[in-house]
Write a protein that binds this ligand. Structure first.
Ligand code: NAD
Length: 427
């Protein structure tokens, strides 16, 4: 099976987020001073740190943490381990986090970061040392009331547990336990939240259900395809199947597969788990040429991998009615224009994948209150917040006669503008 060679997933991501911002700022006539605050990032931290590898050699790694804005609360956002992580990618992703938190009304700002590595090239114990040393290098630039990282591409609950343990171990014993919520997305046994693992995929499907309700579509029998079969892609497929929709194709970094009869996400997950996380070689589907993935005949596309995947190079051939953006920044601004003209609807990333940060917020609250919450309650609370945010997005997009993405930005930017206007700018 061919390995997927997609467009450069970070190329243009920063430019994309600024173009989206400028478009929405013009529409709501955002105050000029607040506009210049929001188009800049507050802090950009780059750390170079050495780690001893299993063979005894020493390698120096580069890690990033960009803190875009904290007007509404501590910086919040994921850590990504991927060769495409650099300062521009971290900036773009941090800025999206600010809009996301403001849109779904969380007391958080936006941050993002990671390490420029291919984690598949390192052993489990090397990844542990890399993670712990990165945490140490970040020092008090992160913290439970300062900046709270979470999982993103190629990071998971285990990595969050190492960060929490390292960060709290370098605090004095009397306050150590108060620092475990420096990260969210931890394993449940280490202060994690029941349901945080599935929160993003659950949120994607909650938004798709809301779309179906608003547009008079029935999900039963609809076909969908998913790009990325990691945390977001798997859980979104798991929940969408429960609505009677059929997964007909999937793509990850290892290749693409298709089956008109439908692909069972649970069987595909079982296969991937014993195959280095890769879907390639799944025996109950056919191999598909990766370049024709997005042009498949289907009702819903869920991009749940990297940014900048739907571009002017492939958007003209898209046949789906809906793109539900599980990933951050999967659709480029020019491609979006074409898609909207073709009548394709897009649930924008800052709403569509915000179930993850909402889940993170409840994990953080659970830790602050020293409580343990039940999954059923957590998922209900996530669905409630998304329901409100979806309606606010529609309301603004109707008010200004703009796309759902610009409507979602209008909600977020109006919220931030109000805060700055009420507080003023120090001194
Ligand atoms: P993950 O590491 O669990 O999975 C990533 C998936 O993308 C893997 O299946 C990988 O093979 C695939 N992939 C990588 N490169 C690819 C390529 N070139 N073409 C096709 N597939 C490729 O990551 P995740 O946590 O599921 O995150 C996926 C996306 O969702 C990211 O954009 C992330 O920022 C966004 N997101 C994640 C969360 C969360 O809670 N994890 C929350 C909000 C948004």
């Amino acid at each position: 099976m061919e390995t997927v060679k997609s467009v450069n997933p970070k190329e243009g991501m920063y430019e994309n987020v600024l173009r989206q911002f400028n478009q929405a700022a013009d529409v709501i006539n955002l105050d000029a001073g607040i506009r210049s605050i929001l188009k800049n990032t507050n802090n950009e931290i780059v750390v170079n740190f050495p780690v001893k590898l299993d063979d005894g050699t020493i390698e120096v790694f580069t890690g990033y943490r960009v803190q875009h804005n904290n007007a509404l609360g501590p910086y919040k956002g994921g850590l990504r381990y991927h060769p495409t992580v650099d300062i521009d990618a971290a900036r773009a992703l941090a800025i999206w986090m600010t809009w996301k938190s403001a849109l779904v009304d969380l007391p958080y700002g936006g941050g993002k970061g990671g390490i420029q590595i291919d984690p598949k090239k390192f052993s489990h114990s090397e990844l542990e040392r890399i993670t712990r040393r990165f945490t140490y290098a970040l020092g008090d630039n992160i913290g439970p009331d300062m900046d709270i990282p979470a999982p993103d591409v190629n990071t998971n609950a285990q990595i969050m547990a190492w960060i929490a343990d390292t960060y709290s171990s370098i605090k004095s014993p009397s306050v150590r336990q108060k620092n475990m919520h420096v990260v969210t997305g931890k394993p449940v046994g280490s202060g994690g939240l029941e349901g945080r693992d599935r929160a993003t995929g659950f949120g994607v499907v909650t938004n798709i259900k809301k779309w179906a309700e608003k547009t008079g579509n029935k999900l039963k029998g609809m076909t969908f395809i998913v790009q990325g079969f990691g945390n977001v892609g798997y859980w979104a497929s798991h929940f969408l199947i429960q609505e009677g929709a059929v997964l007909i194709a999937a793509q990850d970094a290892s290749g693409s597969i298709v089956s008109e009869q439908g692909i069972d996400p649970e069987l595909l997950l079982k296969h991937a788990t014993t195959n280095g996380g890769n879907i390639a070689g799944y025996p109950l589907a056919n191999v598909l040429n990766s370049t024709s993935f997005f042009s498949l005949d289907c009702d819903i596309i869920i991009p749940a991998a990297l940014g900048n995947q739907i571009t002017p190079d492939n958007c003209y051939d898209i046949k789906a009615k809906l793109i539900a953006e599980g990933a951050n920044g999967p659709t480029n601004v020019d491609a979006e224009k074409v898609l909207l003209e073709k009548g394709v609807q897009i649930i924008p990333d800052i709403l569509c994948n915000s179930g993850g940060v909402i889940g993170s917020y409840y994990e953080w609250l659970q830790n602050k209150r020293s409580e343990n919450w039940k999954m059923v309650d957590v998922l209900d609370m996530i669905a409630d917040k998304l329901d409100i945010a979806f309606d606010r997005m529609i309301e603004k997009s109707e008010l200004y006669d703009v796309s759902w993405r610009v409507g979602a930005y209008a909600v977020a930017l109006t919220r931030l503008e109000q805060t700055y206007k009420e507080r003023g700018v120090f001194p």
